[in-house]
Ligand binder design. Structure first.
Ligand code: HSE
Length: 348
């Protein structure tokens, strides 16, 4: 049986997943036995379309490309908002890919809660719900016998949540420390090459890495949301936004960068969570790392995370932290994990 998917939000990431699903339809079926139909898409600016038998997804994408809207598609019901789409369509998996709001997590939080309460699986790359309400959402999902999956919220499709939860299961994670924001790492990299802070930031915005409001990146809010998700998901920390110390990169000057270089060091915006005396604490702050630290070698928009564990010592994962197909892929890995579990009753 095919999974019936509904997209809530249909921007870059949602469209990225849609393209991957179409490109890989046959491979997903033959290699993993994974079959899908997209029954609904609802986007606050592009409109909405629903067909209980499934939409012709490539048809919808080409209408979207031509008109900028979803409701020019010839068939189906038009105009249902996000909550009506979650409640009243026959979708069994909700793909929540609206914008991130780190203050209230809304409207994504209501989308996720509504879907889980109705016994629908949720996969999301949205940082808000996982950062602010992980415990509540995980409990709700368990109670309803469905999944709440959010691999793409941190480091896009580069596997981190699954590494922490599955790959490192049985080993205690004592510390996680990483470069979790591509925009700031790009700015620091370009400043080392001689660009000014403003030039580097503008370039990061032009390339589409930066959040809509640059403060989210340069003042460390994006990295804070991500370390919160990792600490709570992988270290059972139960931290809130206010518990995490935060400092961004706006005070780092070209002379700080030059001085670090002379000492064989490099500035990075480091997000860290560590367990000490049974308690987990977390911080986001710039640090001048010695060049032999693997994180010091990670340049440009690339992200990286080092797990310190009791049985393996340090394990470092390096990879993309954002992007259309990279984050679309994260959602696909979540869908496949749900499918693996439901079809085999195990995660391997
Ligand atoms: N603005 C974020 C970054 C995008 O620069 O890493 C991914 O969350």
């Amino acid at each position: 049986v095919a999974y019936r998917l509904a997209f809530i939000g249909f921007g870059t990431v949602g469209q990225g997943l849609a393209e991957i699903l179409l490109d890989k339809r046959e491979a997903l079926r033959s290699q993993y036995g994974f079959e899908w139909e997209v029954v609904a898409i609802s986007d606050i600016t592009k409109g909405a379309v629903y067909s209980e038998k499934g939409l012709d997804l490539s048809g919808v994408l080409s209408v979207l490309q031509k008109t900028g809207r979803l409701d020019g598609y010839s068939e189906g019901i038009k105009g249902w908002d996000s909550l009506k789409t979650i409640r009243e369509t026959n979708a069994d998996v909700i793909i929540e890919v609206t914008f991130t709001n780190i203050e209230t997590a809304e409207p994504a939080l209501s989308h996720v809660k509504t879907a889980l309460s109705l016994g629908k699986h949720v996969v999301t790359s949205n940082k808000g719900p996982a950062a602010l309400a992980l415990e509540e959402l995980t409990n709700l999902a368990k109670e309803k016998g469905v999944f709440f999956k959010f691999e793409g919220a941190v480091m896009s499709g580069t596997p981190l949540i699954s590494v922490g939860l599955n790959g490192l299961a049985g080993s205690e994670i004592q510390e996680i420390r990483g470069i979790l924001n591509g925009t700031t790492n790009y700015i620091l990299t370009e400043m080392e090459k001689g660009k000014t802070y403003e030039e580097a930031l503008r370039e990061a915005q032009r390339l589409g890495y930066a959040e809509a409001v640059p403060d989210a990146d340069v003042e460390g809010w994006d990295a804070l949301a991500k370390i919160l998700i990792l600490a709570n998901a992988l270290m059972k920390a139960n931290l809130k936004v206010k518990d995490v110390e935060r400092e961004g990169i706006t005070k780092i000057t070209p002379s700080d960068i030059e001085e670090a270089r002379r000492e064989g060091k490099r500035w990075k915006l480091i997000a860290r969570a560590q367990r000490e005396g049974g308690k987990v604490t977390a911080q986001v702050r710039p640090q001048a790392l010695p060049l032999e630290d693997p994180l010091a070698q990670v340049m440009g928009v690339t992200n990286a995370l080092t797990f310190r564990t009791d049985l393996l010592g340090g394990v470092t994962v390096i990879g993309p932290g954002a992007g259309r197909k990279e984050t679309g892929f994260a959602l696909l890995t979540d869908l496949l994990e749900i499918h693996r579990y439901l079809s085999h009753g195990s995660r391997s």
